[in-house]
Design a protein around this ligand. Structure first.
Ligand SMILES: [Zn+2]
Length: 693
């Protein structure tokens, strides 16, 4: 890319930062005046300017102050200066609202927003200096940057797409119209009645970036924050036809403290959304870990998930059934069982206490069953929870109460899972509540290690820690836990815990597998396989699993049942994208679905080097002429597989051209069919295997 000298011009108080790629300008008060992609000539900011930040603070508690008080950027007096090739918008002190509505006061808190330009990238940081003396005053929240006034990407609003990292990904066409036409109810959690899209990271955002793109150009917004501070991705639609885009940090800047944010990169690029994905991936490669799962797991099409004992104590099988279940799974092409509900406490009950159940065969019966599956060539995973603590347990009374995450009011966060009773007593009166372990709290990792030891001692070949990858990154206000800030309670501690668990389990057995639930980039590289949940892991109209899958093709991640479509569509979608199958005996036993599922597994087992262990490259390397057929490529060495999936209700014919490749094998519905073009039955799949010429 051509690097021209930066120009920081001053015209009537206007300050610019520009090169051949980008022009950004502020007026003398620090309001964003222009944001232009000079490669295409399109100016993205079309509404009246605002300063590029927002801020909130707390003053004590509602007893003596208030939470969530605004520091309105529009009423501040800022100065823009050039420094070190960038621009700095500086405020010596700030005018802040006070608990009594309509009143403000000057607070001795300084803010500097710094933006630099390199190629087509703007890098933003914020620095907050809290010079107040009353410890009740803490800066809780900074939006850095807050880019207000975005119109469209140059081809009109209808062409714009927001690629949004909700779970595996959501593709939102014309995001302004979608948001403004469906603002949240005023009482919707996290929405305040505003027309907005908001996600916390790590999880339910699987990555900390998003992009607006029209197929030709776009804006990448990426939080390049290795600290894994709990972060909010925030896009809003405003009544003046403007979108705002921001990254929100929760720094909790105390008196006497100066805090500088990690960089947020805003890139004005040419090309489609893949350019944005590569931008984030290049940053992730500078620090995120990548594990290499054992080969037996990499070549596994999925797992079958039996569950024996429910939350309410109903038992639907015993350990002695496991070898028979394994035989059924194997007949369908799967040789991994992920065993839920194996504890006498029942599934989703009395966590984190786990004991084999005498009624299902006891510890000896479980060991014998797991050993028999292993002898037959199979593998087993045993379920444990990764973070819930049931307040009705002995564990909670002895030490769990010291480990639970604490909310801003000083009470324990609670999550509820249940409501599955057969009558109405438990079904309607949803009454099962859990505390959530703060991952860094003293003693918690030792307990997770105990769970690991129990499962390894029983002879399974893997352990799942349910929910460990997510739900959500609780900001923990406990003063007794070791985290330095409430917003650093989860991400960094989970990474530490996972590294330790991994080290312990692999030291005992390198082939033993580490499984967590919930897909998030910063954890996915520390474990062997992730059990997913949510949009993109299942199909729905806006589902766009390609976003996570293309950015991070290496982690093994399962699909998950859910969404508006039937099971056959879910499995076809998982096959097309390359998610491992999260399957169960209903799939294998169903007379119409069973043969389809078996065929999908057979295709994966026939071409594991490409369909399982190959690199997902989305739409690279080939052209397909029918957009009603979902087509994706996987590469390994000099070979490429293209999966074709017809999610529709009518047969579709598709022609595939792969320049530089020759066809090696075609797997159409009819094994006798050969060649590059055939029709695909509704909800069916095909695979083309190519070799480079
Ligand atoms: Zn905590």
């Amino acid at each position: 890319m051509l690097a021209l000298p930066l120009a920081a011009a001053q015209q009537g108080g206007r300050q610019e930062l520009s090169n051949a790629n980008v022009l950004i300008a502020f007026d003398s008060a620090g309001n964003l005046a222009e944001l232009t992609n000079r490669q295409t000539g399109h100016s993205y900011v079309t509404s009246a300017g605002q300063p590029p930040w927002r801020m909130y603070y707390r003053f004590g508690t509602p007893r003596d102050g208030a939470l969530d008080l605004e520091i309105d950027p529009a009423v501040q007096t800022g100065q823009v200066r050039r420094e070190g090739g960038g621009l700095v918008i500086a405020y010596k002190s700030l005018k802040a609202t006070v608990p009594k509505r309509g009143e403000t006061r000057e607070i001795q808190v300084g803010l500097e927003v710094r933006v630099t330009l390199d190629g087509d990238r703007l890098t933003w940081t914020g620095r907050i200096t809290n010079r107040e003396t009353d410890p009740r005053l803490q800066i809780t929240e900074l939006w850095i940057p807050w880019i207000y006034g975005i119109g469209d990407m140059g081809l009109g609003r209808a062409t714009d797409v927001l690629y949004w990292p909700e779970r595996a990904g959501r593709r939102i066409q014309d995001p302004y119209t979608k948001m403004i036409s469906a603002p949240a109810p005023a009482n919707a959690p996290g929405r305040r009645g505003e027309a907005s899209l908001r996600l916390t990271y790590p999880f339910p955002a699987s990555m900390q970036w998003y992009t607006f793109n029209n197929g030709e150009e776009g804006v990448y917004v990426g939080s390049h924050d290795k600290t894994l501070m709990t972060t909010c991705l925030n896009v809003m639609a405003h009544p003046d036809k403007a979108i705002s885009a921001s990254i929100v940090k929760y720094p909790f800047v105390k008196i006497g403290e100066t805090w500088t944010s990690e960089p947020v990169v805003v890139r004005l690029y040419r090309g489609d959304w893949h350019v944005a994905a590569k931008t984030y991936r290049a940053w992730a490669d500078t620090w995120m870990e990548r594990t290499k799962p054992p080969e037996w797991l990499r070549r596994m099409p999925g797992w079958v998930l039996p569950s024996f004992k429910s939350q309410t104590g109903h038992i639907s099988g015993s350990y002695a059934d496991l070898p028979g279940i394994y035989k059924e799974a194997k007949a369908a092409g799967i040789n991994l069982l992920n065993v839920f509900g194996w504890v006498k406490q029942g599934f989703d009950n009395l966590y984190p206490e786990y004991d084999p159940d005498e009624a299902m065969g006891g510890a000896a019966g479980l060991k014998a069953a797991l050993a028999e599956v292993k002898r037959e060539g199979g593998h087993t995973i045993l379920y444990t929870q990764g973070q819930l603590i049931d307040p009705s347990t002995e564990y909670y009374r002895k030490e769990g109460y010291r480990q639970t995450a604490i909310d801003i009011w000083g009470a324990e966060y609670r999550e509820s899972y249940g409501g599955t009773g057969q009558g109405t007593l438990l079904n309607v009166m949803r009454n099962k509540y859990f505390g959530i372990a703060c991952p860094g709290a003293k003693g918690w990792i030792e307990h997770l290690e105990w769970q690991l030891g129990l499962v390894q001692g029983l002879g399974a070949q893997g352990i799942i820690f349910d929910q460990m990858g997510g739900i959500p990154p609780y900001i923990c206000y406990s003063k007794d836990h070791p985290h330095s800030k409430p917003s650093l309670a989860v991400g960094p501690a989970k990474v530490q815990n996972m590294k330790r668990l991994r080290q312990v389990m692999k030291a005992r057995d390198p082939e033993f597998i580490f499984v967590i639930e919930l897909g998030t980039d910063c954890y996915a590289g520390l474990v062997d396989i992730t059990h997913s949940h949510g949009i993109g892991f299942w199909p729905e109209p806006e589902a766009f699993g390609e976003m996570l899958r293309y950015t991070f093709p290496e982690p093994l991640i399962t699909n998950r049942g859910g969404g508006p479509y039937d099971r056959r569509t879910q499995l076809g979608h998982a096959f097309a994208i390359g998610w491992r199958f999260d399957s169960n005996l209903r799939d294998t036993r169903d007379p119409s679905l069973g043969p389809f599922f078996t065929r999908l597994c057979a295709l994966r087992n026939t071409h594991p080097d490409l369909l399982l262990d190959g690199r997902f490259v989305d739409n690279e390397g080939f052209l397909a002429d029918n957009c009603r057929v979902s087509a994706h490529s996987f590469v390994a060495g000099n070979r490429m597989a293209v999966t074709l999936w017809n999610p529709g209700d009518t047969a579709e014919r598709v022609n595939v051209i792969a320049p530089g490749y020759e066809l090696e094998k075609a797997e159409w519905q009819d094994p006798k069919w050969t060649g590059l073009s055939h029709s695909i039955a509704p909800k069916d799949v095909a695979v083309l295997i190519f070799r480079r010429r």
